[in-house]
Design a protein around this ligand. Structure first.
Ligand code: TXA
Ligand code: MG
Length: 315
């Protein structure tokens, strides 16, 4: 299969919507990372996502919709969910909600769970595509399973382990502004719970709810704690965390202007936006990688989560 690179203009968007209607997979820009999208009501199209990514099929996918009304057609929003949706959508927040019986979502999307992960993306190209296609779009990050998430169309098509030749097209809208995946909130035991730190700081969500979020406990590799596979986002090179630079290593840090600076000014939002691209570049450099300590507040929590997975022991 030859993978088309489409620009995010009217022609490219129409072509992408067409391919999705035909049951093909298209990589699409969102404000967090590029997603590999397919019509969530079409089981065969969704199966193509798993196939292209080589993803374990027990891992459920996030479904993207244009607005809260479209979310309500698929899931039940209780008052807390509604409050978060109104405050943070469109944006980098995924809510895991009870799936409606009449949703028509392919069960492969939810891996048979009674819940569904929903997100209204803010990226203008994602919004335009959702409106042009009219379909709810299942879209995990557009990388091969276990690899670093893509924050540009070039990452999606990377000849080393990317999806070139495995998907119909990529809609190219340049780099993703947030750079780490969405924050995931669910209510597994009735309490609002942080399932994955991400592009919206947990502190902001707690402020909106007026209460602390419960922490997620459980076996990180169990299917009931999806996406929490321990080794994930993995570069090929060994990775040391909370590290000072050593000779012979590529060091990612703060306040050291140069090609591997996460942020010259120590800005965690800028560091999140650069993180995956820098990890890829450092990996291409071929030397062991070390990363300076990252403050664990705000977007630092999401950065540290991704770095721990990148450094985790591999099979
Ligand atoms: O920013 C993002 O969230 C990106 C962009 C493309 O939207 N998407 C993304 O998808 O990161 P993915 O598939 O790489 O991660 C989805 C996470 C996984 O941990 C998955 O298991 C979890 O969401 N998830 C999806 N549906 C769920 C459900 N019903 N219950 C629990 N977790 C769910
Ligand atoms: Mg992913």
């Amino acid at each position: 299969m030859q993978t088309l690179r489409l620009s995010a203009d009217a022609t490219g968007l129409a072509r992408a919507a067409d391919l999705l209607a035909q049951g093909q997979c298209v990589a699409i820009p969102t404000e967090t990372v590029y997603g590999l999208a397919a019509d969530a009501r079409n089981a065969e199209a969704v199966a193509r996502i798993y196939q292209a990514k080589g993803r374990p099929s027990f891992n459920p996918l996030i479904v993207h919709v244009a607005d809260i009304a479209a979310a309500e057609a698929l899931a039940d929003l209780d008052p807390q969910a509604r409050l978060l949706a109104e405050r943070f959508w469109p944006g980098a927040l995924t809510l895991v909600l009870p799936l409606r019986a009449d949703s028509r979502i392919a069960s492969l999307v939810t891996a048979g769970l009674p819940t569904i992960g929903l997100r209204v993306p803010a990226h203008p190209a994602a919004q335009a595509l959702l409106r042009a296609s009219g379909a709810p779009l299942a879209a995990p990050s557009a990388n091969a399973s276990g690899r670093i998430s893509p924050t540009s169309a070039d990452h999606v098509l990377d000849p080393q382990g990317g999806l070139d030749g495995r998907i119909a097209a990529v809609l190219d809208a340049g780099p993703c502004p947030v750079g780490v995946e969405s924050t995931i909130i669910g209510w597994p035991d009735g309490r609002a719970t942080l399932l994955r730190p991400g592009g919206i700081a947990a502190e902001e969500i707690e402020a909106a709810l007026g209460q602390p979020l419960a922490a997620h406990h459980g076996d990180p590799s169990a299917p009931s704690a999806p996406g929490q596979l321990t080794s994930h986002y993995a570069p090929n090179a060994p990775l040391r965390l909370n590290a000072s630079p050593r000779p012979g290593e590529t060091h990612l840090g703060f306040g050291q202007p140069g090609p591997f600076s996460l942020s010259d000014s120590g800005d965690l939002t800028q560091a999140a936006a650069r993180l995956f691209d820098l990890l890829r570049r450092a990996d291409e450099f071929g030397r062991p990688i070390s990363v300076a300590p990252i403050p664990d507040h705000g977007l630092g929590a999401a950065i540290n989560d991704r770095l721990r997975r990148a450094a985790a022991p591999r099979d």
